[in-house]
Structures are given as C-alpha cells and as structure tokens.
Design a binder for this molecule. Structure first.
Ligand SMILES: Nc1ncnc2c1ncn2[C@@H]1O[C@H](COP(=O)(O)OP(=O)(O)OP(=O)(O)O)[C@@H](O)[C@H]1O
Length: 249
C-alpha cells in the first residue's frame, strides 16, 4: 500500500504544460527519487505537491487524506514536510533557538496541559532530540549563519523533522556541497528513512543511486520511466535523455 499517491497531476503555464499527467507514489519507508534534466518540471511538481502552486488537474493523497486543495501550511499539519533548496534557517539565531522555534510551531496542544516549566523542558528535550538525529548535538549554541553550508543543510532537515512528517520532501539536499558533505547527507538521509518516507529531488546521481528504492525520470513534464535503480540505469530512453547532460551510472 502506498502512503503517498499523486495521480494525473497537471500544471500549465500559458501554453506550456510543465506537469503533464504525472502520477507518482511513495510507500512507507521508501526513498523515491525524482530526476530529470533542467527544465523537465521537477520544481513545478514539488511545488504542486507541497501546495506552493495550485494544480490544474489531478489529485494528491497522503495516508488516506486528500491534500489536493489544502494550503501548504495544512499539508504540513497533515504530515508533508519540505526542505527547501534555499535554506529556511534563521541565520542570526542559535541552532537551539532555531530548533525550539520549529518545535514550538508544530507542538500544537502537546505541551499545553503541562505547567510552563515542564512545557519548556518538553520543547527543549524535543529540540535536543532533533539535533541528535542530524548530528548537531554539539553545536546547539552556535549561531546558525556562522556554520558551514553542509551543517546548515542538516539543520534545515532537522527543522523539517520538527513537524513529525509522514512524507519528507527533500529538494536538492546536496546542492552546493562538496563530496565529503554530500556523503554525510547521504548517510543522514539513509537513517531518516526509518522515520519518514522520502521524495528526493536531486541532481547528484551518485547520491540518487545510493539512496533510491525507486526512481522516476521526468522529461518535458511527463514521467519518462519509473522503476528500481537497475531498470532506470538500463533504460534506453533515460540514457538518451541524459547523454551529454549527465552520466547515469
Ligand atoms: N512560473 C512559471 N511561469 C512560466 N513558466 C514556468 C514557471 N515555472 C516554471 N516554468 C517552466 O516550466 C518548465 C519546467 O520548469 P521547472 O523549473 O519545474 O523544471 P526543473 O526540472 O525543476 O528544472 P531545474 O532542474 O533547472 O530546476 C520550464 O520550461 C520552465 O521554464
């Protein structure tokens, strides 16, 4: 059974069909990667899924709930979190304060029945737990904006986890990273799969082929192919699309 199902999604910009009847599913604990050359429609699709753009057709379901016409904010409440290519970290605040803000924003009524002290303790404990998940427990007091780019991306992931997502949308998490940071991010994402299903949009093919259970290839707004890594690697049309663009290894 799929946790997440997007069915026949359509998005038009004037005469251009940027998303053309795209269907896509993600199972529990699965990493589904979305790849495609520049302009294939990946960002548009992610914006449709996260609710930043309204769809012109199709439907989006998460864990039996229809999200298609919900606001981006309500989609987060229903279990869909997104990490942005452009980091959502408050650069002037400490790592801990960033995490506390995110935890508080998503805590709902969880801490409301507790006294002020216990509530603060609960929020702090959850913030520390999130820092631990992404390996930032030793940097809680650091000002976020002074941390290296790769570390800020980890904080970005922790902020998305604060919402306790069922599906985590990772939009180019390796963008701008060197090989060492990329490898650390691959290891982090591999650990996160026990926590949430993941839809991964990424240009780094090494990372995609290490992490993905399934890959869908977009081209001109359509799904050109969808299957496991071996199927995609050997798919002649996928090879043709990537020939001279990037090597599918
Ligand atoms: N707001 C918009 N208005 C008009 N056309 C748009 C808009 N956003 C995207 N497009 C067009 O839709 C198509 C898909 O763009 P999109 O950014 O989704 O592709 P992409 O696969 O994410 O590309 P990249 O890998 O370069 O980010 C492109 O032809 C793009 O020019």
């Amino acid at each position: 059974m799929s946790l997440f199902v997007a069915q026949d999604l359509v998005k038009r910009f004037g005469g251009l069909v940027a998303t053309d009847q795209v269907s896509l599913s993600v199972g529990p604990g699965e990493v589904h990667a979305l790849i495609g050359p520049n302009g294939a429609g990946k960002s548009t699709l992610v914006n449709l899924i996260s609710g930043l753009l309204p769809a012109d057709g199709g439907s989006i379901m998460l864990d039996g709930v229809e999200l298609t016409t919900m606001s981006a904010h309500d989609r987060v409440r229903h279990g869909l979190s997104r990490c942005f290519q452009i980091t959502s970290v408050f650069r002037g605040d400490s790592v801990l304060d960033n995490l506390l803000l995110a935890v508080q924003a998503h805590s709902g009524s969880s801490f409301r029945c507790l006294g002020r002290r216990s509530a603060e303790g609960g929020l702090r404990e959850r913030a520390q737990e999130l820092a631990h998940k992404v390996g930032l427990e030793d940097r809680l007091d650091r000002v976020a904006g002074t941390l290296p780019h790769g570390v800020q991306r980890k904080l970005d992931v922790a902020l998305a986890l604060a919402a306790r997502p069922k599906l985590l949308l990772l939009d180019e998490p390796m963008a701008g990273m060197g090989p060492e940071d990329s490898q650390q991010m691959v290891e982090l994402i591999a650990r996160l799969r026990s926590e949430a299903a993941i839809l991964l949009i990424e240009h780094d093919m090494d990372a995609v082929f290490q992490l993905a259970d399934r890959i869908s290839v977009l081209d001109y707004g359509k799904v050109l192919a969808s299957g496991d890594t071996t199927y995609i690697r050997e798919h002649p049309e996928v090879q043709a699309v990537y020939l001279g663009v990037e090597e599918v290894r």
